[in-house]
Design a binder for this molecule. Structure first.
Ligand SMILES: NC(=O)c1ccc[n+]([C@@H]2O[C@H](COP(=O)([O-])OP(=O)(O)OC[C@H]3O[C@@H](n4cnc5c(N)ncnc54)[C@H](O)[C@@H]3O)[C@@H](O)[C@H]2O)c1
Length: 417
């Protein structure tokens, strides 16, 4: 198997998660990092786990000649400038076998469209990293139910959820830099996994045609005076000035182009889930069958009494976004694999070795950006957004949600105080 040398742009939370996943993947060598923070801990992890002997580089252009694949895992607001730098390198004669972008592809359609035009002109294969589609539970439910779906018909309703108590870095909370609140940050996961779970076996991820989106966005916890103050103190973000939604829910309707059947995907995302930690949920119903997933269910629970709580050093070792250090804790022993990071890397690397884009490429990522934008538009207008209407599709190409513009106070109720 051809070994691919990976270079990472961004040395934060998600890069560390991917390194844990890569311990379980053959044929990928970790070769370099470009980051604004020190990456010594990542270099040490990669070396100790024999993933490679990576170096820290000063810029993407400097790293490109030393790698085959660049993984863009930097914050959303620097995505465009990084892509421009990569495209300059490609045009300057430094080839790449693949280019990866973490979710969301972009903050809005105009940004995403420009990224695709720039990269498309170079012909480099792309991967849009939406880990949840690659979860063994998601792929497994499709594989297990495939014969049933062939006989009874594909699912007609799915409900997907991603919830935790709030992100780990200040830029996520700033709607102008991140792209919005929880809908922009985590809605992309639920939109993708809902679409995928409804898709009939053997059909590509964008087979079902989006018809309409309706959404409700609100600020339920982090707008309250006590929690606003905490955000201000911890991250320097002022939700009385530039609020973003911490809860979003809605429904996307899809049409099967072969049968004309309409099917529904409901989504719920929140940054106000004050339970153990991250919960991913998915359930679906077809004629005569159903499936259900809840990532908080684990074969392992531990109990830590008050008297022993001080000895638990790192609560995140138990579970992403862990909220408590005592009591009954859910432990997921292999989260990188559980959430799909392992299998998305396996799939993308196999595609790049064959000179093609991954199952989910940047064009697919842009479709998710469009659905996300439609959710913001729906919430702003209090109306269902019709995705079969050309004028609406044209409008979405230029649309920047008020929340993303820093004008969230016009559409979200922020309590006094
Ligand atoms: N798939 C998932 O579930 C998942 C989870 C977390 C994050 N993400 C995505 O991954 C991306 C990164 O998120 P994160 O959680 O790692 O963020 P983070 O804040 O933890 O880390 C960001 C890293 O990028 C670096 N950085 C900032 N500007 C840079 C620049 N111009 N060039 C190079 N590096 C730069 C920072 O120094 C930091 O190391 C985001 O797009 C986010 O949406 C995806």
């Amino acid at each position: 198997m051809e070994t691919l040398r990976y270079g990472f742009v961004g040395g934060g939370f998600v890069t560390a998660f991917h390194l844990r996943a890569l311990c379980q993947v053959r044929g990928i060598e970790v070769a370099g990092f470009v980051s604004k923070d020190p990456v010594d801990h990542l270099i040490r992890f990669a070396t100790e786990n024999r993933l490679g002997q990576p170096r820290a580089f000063q810029s993407v252009r400097e790293m490109m000649p030393e790698v085959d694949v660049v993984a863009v895992f930097a914050p959303n607001f620097v995505r465009m400038e990084i892509v421009e730098e990569i495209v300059d390198g490609l045009k300057g004669g430094t080839p790449l076998k693949g280019l990866i972008a973490e979710k969301p592809l972009a903050r809005n359609m105009a940004e995403g469209r420009k990224m695709i035009e720039l990269v498309g002109a170079t012909g480099v294969p792309t991967a849009y990293f939406e880990n949840q589609i690659h979860m063994k539970a998601v792929m497994g439910s499709k594989a297990q139910l495939e014969p049933v779906m062939q006989t009874m018909g594909p699912p007609v309703l799915v409900r997907s959820g991603e919830e935790h108590a709030g992100p780990h870095s200040g830029w996520f909370w700033d709607p102008t830099r991140q792209g919005g609140g929880v809908m922009s940050d985590m809605g992309c996961h639920c939109l993708a996994v809902g679409w995928f779970a409804l898709t009939p076996p053997g059909k590509p991820p964008a087979f079902l045609q989006p018809q309409s989106v309706m959404a409700d966005l609100s600020l339920l916890k982090w707008g309250q005076p006590r929690w606003r103050k905490e955000l201000l103190n911890r991250y320097g973000v002022d939700y009385s000035e530039t609020p973003a939604e911490d809860f979003a829910t809605g429904m996307v309707t899809y049409r099967n182009p072969e049968t004309g059947a309409l099917v529904k995907a409901q989504f719920t995302v929140s940054w106000m889930y004050d339970k153990q930690g991250l919960r991913l949920s998915l359930d679906g119903i077809g004629p005569g069958y159903a499936f259900e997933m809840n990532s908080l269910r684990s074969p392992l629970e531990v109990f830590i009494g008050d008297v022993a709580a001080a000895s638990l050093a790192d609560t995140e070792m138990a579970l992403e976004k862990q909220q408590a250090s005592r009591g009954l804790l859910t432990v997921q022993p292999n989260e990188a694999d559980l959430y799909g990071y392992t299998d998305e890397n396996v799939e993308a690397a196999a595609a790049f070795r064959q000179g093609r884009s991954a199952l989910l490429d940047w064009n697919y990522g842009l479709e998710i950006v469009r659905l996300n934008a439609a959710a913001y538009l729906s919430a702003e207008r209090g109306a269902v957004v019709d995705l079969t209407d050309q004028a609406t599709l044209d409008e979405l190409e230029k649309y920047v949600p008020l929340i993303q513009q820093g004008r969230g106070a016009e559409v979200l109720a922020v309590p006094e105080g």
